[in-house]
Ligand binder design. Structure first.
Ligand code: IPM
Ligand code: MN
Length: 355
């Protein structure tokens, strides 16, 4: 009998540089799966701007059904310069997040080498925390609408939807994460309780309630604007930050910058009880498409997160350790076109440095 584990992974390269960075991730996957003794069956999907422009199809209902049958989803990027903003993002990325109920967006903010940090870090300061972003609610729900559209009397309303259940499961995930993997055993709620008293009133009450189940975990609170300030001034204060969808989106771009840029920032859209999807968070970067100069490390870090979610902890760590070696010993920049290597050469370096 063959007892080798076999994972079914859906691969969506997507738009722009997405397919290029995913290709490097898959190169790494092939090597680690061999080394750590598991098999992967990869199924490719061509959803994205090109397919939409050619066929008018964004994401067929059948695809959502199929995606539910995978162990994981590996995504490159969604966003096409010739398609009006919102169509692909909402029709593919957000639809998958919502329909597969990937209610956590886990975004590690870890600086692997000080030389990539735009901050002037002092002795003892470091950038090493996780953002747990709520991923199915808030301003992203699409609740709202226009009145008197296209007139000078127009009214546009976009509402933030926060449910007890949605907030509770997100906050609980953050506390569980801090208990299991937190370096400081601390969770910071990032909100705006001084203005958004309804939405973050709920968040604050739920946070306080859930925290009672975790007496071993320290708690902290920061308004979102102050969170941005502290991320620059004292990033070492943070361990696990939990926040809503919109704030999480914004602070993780800032997080990406202080960890060395979009070239290294990865995230996971996680349904702890279902199918998760992992992606570099930098977007499709269309201006770099096809030049072989985009940094694939964010996609490779996303692969490491994917492996970890599958339960292949050793393989996940081997990939991350290799990335760390490559950024410390080989590269001088994490920016597209400035790495000193091509996209595929960086992928090769990660493959070579897997021990
Ligand atoms: C991200 C992206 C998406 C988001 C866009 C592309 C819809 O910015 O994953 O952070 O806002 O969530
Ligand atoms: Mn974003």
């Amino acid at each position: 009998m063959n007892n080798t584990k076999n994972y079914k992974i859906a691969v969506i390269g997507g738009d722009g540089t997405g397919p290029e960075v995913v290709r490097e991730g898959l190169k790494v996957l092939e090597v680690v799966s061999e080394k750590y003794g598991f098999d992967c069956e990869l199924i490719d999907y061509d959803f994205g701007g090109d397919r939409y422009l050619k066929t008018g199809e964004i994401l067929p209902d059948s695809a959502i059904k199929e995606l539910r049958g995978f162990n994981s989803i590996y995504l490159g990027a969604i966003g096409h310069p010739e398609v009006k903003p919102g169509i692909l993002e909402k029709g593919i990325l957000l639809r998958i997040r919502f329909e597969l109920d990937q209610y956590i967006n886990l975004r590690p903010v870890t600086l692997y080498d000080q030389k990539y940090c735009p901050l002037n870090l002092r002795e003892g300061q470091k950038v090493d925390f996780k953002v747990v972003r709520e991923n199915t609610e808030g301003l992203y729900c699409g609740a709202g609408g226009f009145l008197r559209k296209n007139t000078s009397e127009e009214v546009a309303v976009q509402e933030s939807v926060n449910t007890y259940k949605g907030v509770e499961r997100c906050v609980r995930y953050a506390f569980e994460y801090a208990r299991k993997d937190g370096k400081q055993k601390k969770v910071t709620l990032c909100g705006k309780t001084n203005v958004l008293t309804y939405a973050f009133g709920l968040w604050e009450r739920v946070f306080d309630l859930v925290s009672k189940d975790y007496p071993d975990i320290k708690t902290d609170y920061a308004h979102v604007d102050a969170t941005c300030m502290w991320m620059v001034k004292n990033p070492e204060w943070f361990d696990v930050i939990v926040t809503d969808n919109m704030f999480g989106d914004i602070i993780t771009d800032l997080g990406a910058m202080i960890q060395g840029g979009m070239g290294i920032a990865a995230g996971g859209n996680i349904n702890p009880e279902g199918v998760s999807m992992f992606e570099p968070i930098g977007g499709s970067a269309p201006k770099y498409t096809g030049q072989g100069i985009i940094n694939p490390l964010a996609a490779i870090c996303a692969l490491s997160m994917l492996l970890s979610q599958l339960g292949e902890a050793d393989a996940a760590k081997a990939v991350e350790d290799s990335v760390i070696r490559v950024v410390r010993e080989k590269l001088n920049s994490l920016g597209a076109g400035r790495m000193g290597y091509s996209t595929s050469q960086v992928g090769d370096l990660v493959v070579k440095n897997i021990l």
